[in-house]
Write a protein that binds this ligand. Structure first.
Ligand SMILES: N[C@@H](CCC(=O)N[C@@H](CS)C(=O)NCC(=O)O)C(=O)O
Length: 180
């Protein structure tokens, strides 16, 4: 939202404290997960990529042509199925749960899939500055999210030269704000 200059209020929800499971929260998202966008008193939108598509409509972050829009979705579906389930989950187990013994096998099982996802991104980013070409799109936002903190999930980014250059490029965009 800051990248497109959209005023908003950020409301922190503590998932470790089960705040997503309150009745008030579930009235906004019955799936009991963040993020949720309050569009109006009657309208709440959940699922990060749906929120991004809604917010980016009419901006340069979501291209006009059918093929380019489908290309954005291609990367967003990839994020949900091939990236997040490995990198975000490994990070959660390590950073937030402190790598408990009973989740160690699960944590380790995430490494191969996470590196496969990073390799797919690396391949694209050696060809183009951003995932959908030479302009940034919401596909980059979707994948920046957990890629820039992948090391917290035990995924070294050292060998991914093109990913590192892409992360730097995104962090230099006007309106970018670092994680708080
Ligand atoms: N597919 C969803 C995933 C949302 C998600 O998994 N959110 C996590 C935090 S990143 C959450 O709210 N977890 C709390 C819980 O499941 O209790 C999206 O992209 O928005």
């Amino acid at each position: 939202m800051s990248l497109i200059g959209l005023e908003h209020e950020w409301v922190h929800v503590d998932i470790l404290n089960q705040e997503t499971h309150s009745e008030a929260f579930k009235a906004m998202n019955p799936n009991a997960k963040i993020p949720v966008l309050k569009v109006s008193d009657e309208n709440y939108l959940w699922e990060s990529n749906a929120i991004l598509n809604f917010l980016a409509e009419g901006t340069s972050w979501l291209p006009d042509s059918d093929l380019e829009r489908a290309r954005v979705l291609q990367w967003q579906f990839f994020e949900q199925y091939s990236h997040e389930p490995y990198i975000a989950v490994a990070r959660f187990i390590r950073k937030y749960l402190g790598l408990p013994d009973d989740r160690l096998d699960e944590y380790r099982s995430k490494q191969t899939g996470g590196h496969k996802a990073l390799s797919v991104m690396e391949l694209q980013l050696t060809e183009t500055d951003y995932l959908c070409g030479n302009l940034p799109s919401i596909a980059d936002i979707s994948l920046y999210a957990y890629t820039h903190v992948a090391e917290e999930g035990g995924f070294s980014l050292e060998k991914y030269t093109a990913i590192n250059a892409w992360l730097n490029r995104i962090e230099k965009l006007p309106g970018y704000i670092a994680q708080q």
